[in-house]
Write a protein that binds this ligand. Structure first.
Ligand SMILES: [Zn+2]
Length: 353
């Protein structure tokens, strides 16, 4: 018998709203997550302490683990610490580094992971990928999707606004990433997963077109949902294709060429996406994207995050090497330094100041 529909690995609970953290104990007590209340909770040793103080009384069966940072060693250590605990689930409570550490550790010991995100800096909070620093720089590790995602908009508001801005750049870059995927389909015959592309594109478009700003709950709701849906889009396609194209290659190039000076993930991806849209000849879309990024206080020119024009041109030329095998507008055009310089000058004129 043919399979009538496909099943999508996805969280059993998605709770995104102001005050969501007040009901965290109720979410975790869901019989599909932890009936016994035995939970391993990973928090940062910085801002995590306050959350621990607040939540510990409602989670008496939980054991709290302080995670140092976002390295593979931290994640392996966490897995080693929790493996003897007979836990029902692991909870990652914090920003991207804590959640990625918890994701990896949970996968290693075969437990489900609950992601409780305290900022919206990127689309990794519900994705099947853990990004961790290793001896070779930075690695992406495949892990199961979280079993539950909880985002309290009141907590998000307490995080520095640059985290929200970074999430905006990462979400909007989906539009460019999906355009790259479609290009790869037209030129190389690469298969596009229509559902994953639709989810990622709609997430990007919703953020791009939302009239609100970083201070509104209505906007933060849409942004948080967009980032969660983007993570699930990656599970649907089985890779990062729906959310990572030339935009992310340029971002990786910044990270690799200028590791000490790299800006926030979403700031670099936003610039990469606007420039990639311009490269593909979508000049109006590039200008629109740039104006939305500007409206939210995000950079659209490399100078605004401390890079010269020459450094940016070098990053664009180097970018295809950061993801061998991924076909985007950069691989398609195969531009050399003088051409990138010329197009960049046109881009600067087109997006105005
Ligand atoms: Zn990203």
């Amino acid at each position: 018998m043919p399979v009538l529909t496909r099943l999508i690995p996805s969280p059993v609970v998605v709770d995104i709203r102001a005050g969501a953290l007040d009901d965290l104990a109720g979410v975790l007590a869901d019989e599909r997550i932890s009936q016994s209340g035995k939970l391993a909770i990973a928090v940062s040793n910085g801002s995590g302490a306050r959350l621990r103080e607040r939540l510990a009384p409602s989670l008496p069966g939980a054991t709290w683990y302080e995670v140092g940072g976002g390295t593979l060693d931290d994640a392996v250590r966490l897995a080693g610490d929790i493996k003897a605990g007979h836990y029902d689930a692991v909870v990652g409570l914090g920003g991207g580094k804590i959640i990625d550490c918890a994701k990896f550790a949970a996968a290693r010991v075969g437990l489900p992971l609950v992601a409780v995100a305290t900022n919206l800096a990127h689309d990794g909070l519900c994705s099947p990928v853990a990004t961790l620093d290793n001896d070779a720089g930075r690695g992406s590790y495949g892990v199961p999707n979280p079993i539950a995602v909880v985002i309290d908009l009141n907590v998000i508001r307490e995080a520095p606004v640059r985290f929200v801005r970074s999430g905006i750049g990462d979400a909007i870059s989906n539009i460019s990433a999906v355009a790259d995927w479609e290009l790869a389909h037209r030129v190389k015959g690469e298969k596009v997963d229509g559902l994953a592309a639709a989810m990622a594109r709609q997430a990007g478009e919703a953020v791009l077109r939302h009239p609100g700003g970083v201070g509104d709950d209505a906007f933060l709701q849409v942004l948080a949902e967009a980032l969660v849906l983007t993570g699930i889009a990656m599970s649907v396609s089985g890779d990062s294709r729906p959310s990572s194209g030339a935009c992310h290659e340029i971002n990786h190039a910044f990270d690799l060429l200028y590791p000490k000076r790299a800006a926030a993930h979403g700031e670099q991806c936003g610039i990469g996406a606007a420039f990639a849209m311009y490269l593909r000849g979508a000049h109006e879309e590039a200008a629109r994207m740039a104006s939305v990024l500007r409206r939210h206080g995000l950079p659209v020119l490399p100078e605004e995050i401390g890079f010269t024009q020459e450094e940016f041109v070098r990053a664009v030329e180097f970018a295809p090497q950061t993801r061998p095998g991924r076909y985007t507008i950069l691989e398609h055009l195969d531009l050399k330094t003088p051409q990138i310089k010329d197009i960049y000058a046109d881009y600067v004129k087109a997006i105005g100041s």
